[in-house]
Design a binder for this molecule. Structure first.
Ligand code: FMN
Length: 182
């Protein structure tokens, strides 16, 4: 059972990345989880590039998605929605239409913010975008508010948030195991 984790912030010291780093410890034994580190290498989506000879970074990304049983997608909020890097990644992943690596892939959405709103708009938009792109976002996406107080020394310091995230990733594992073989 393999979970691929996408982080919607590229910056060093990203809170979203910090939060994603706490998730493997919440998973049942035997479940592998790895963050994908190639999102910055994806070019801007361009249908002219998206043919039989797609860019290597795109091929690698699609292969990583095909090798995963389930997806965690974590996002900060930029101007009331998801960052362009994440939307761009979803756009590449959503093709080829009808045979995309996202088709039927269970996805747990987590939004992360230093603000008290927990990046709610980004969370809602990400659920919508993933669903339109063919993935299967779980109910009860989690928003992590005031993340600078919630993640301390690489661990979740808030029991309620930890329970919500443990429940979410537990459901993701169940959904990944139940997913029909491609
Ligand atoms: C371009 C930009 C737009 C932002 N827009 C919002 C916003 O709409 N809502 C919000 O809560 N925070 C917003 N922020 C603040 C981010 O939530 C904050 O910088 C956060 O730490 C970014 O996530 P990261 O730590 O994972 O990089 C914005 C930050 C940037 C750089």
């Amino acid at each position: 059972m393999k979970i691929l984790m996408l982080v919607g912030s590229l910056r060093t010291g990203s809170w979203t990345g910090e939060l994603v780093g706490t998730l493997p410890a919440l998973l049942p034994a035997g479940v592998e989880a790895a963050a994908y580190d190639g999102l910055a290498d994806l070019p801007h989506y361009d249908q002219d590039l998206d043919g039989d000879d797609a860019p290597a970074a795109v091929v690698a990304f699609r292969e990583a998605l095909r090798g995963a049983d389930a997806l965690v997608v974590a996002t900060p909020e930029y101007n009331g929605s998801i960052p362009g890097v994440l939307k761009n990644a979803v756009d590449w992943a959503s093709r080829p239409r009808g045979a995309s690596p996202l088709d039927g892939l269970p996805a747990a959405v987590v939004s992360v913010s230093p603000s008290p709103r927990g990046a709610q708009w980004a969370r809602e938009d990400l659920v919508k975008v993933l669903r339109v792109a063919g993935a299967v976002p779980l109910e009860d996406a989690v928003g992590v508010a005031t993340v600078h107080e919630t993640v301390v020394d690489g661990r979740i310091a808030d029991a309620e948030v930890e329970t919500a995230l443990r429940t979410l990733v537990g459901r993701l594992v169940d959904a990944g195991r139940e997913r029909p073989a491609a």
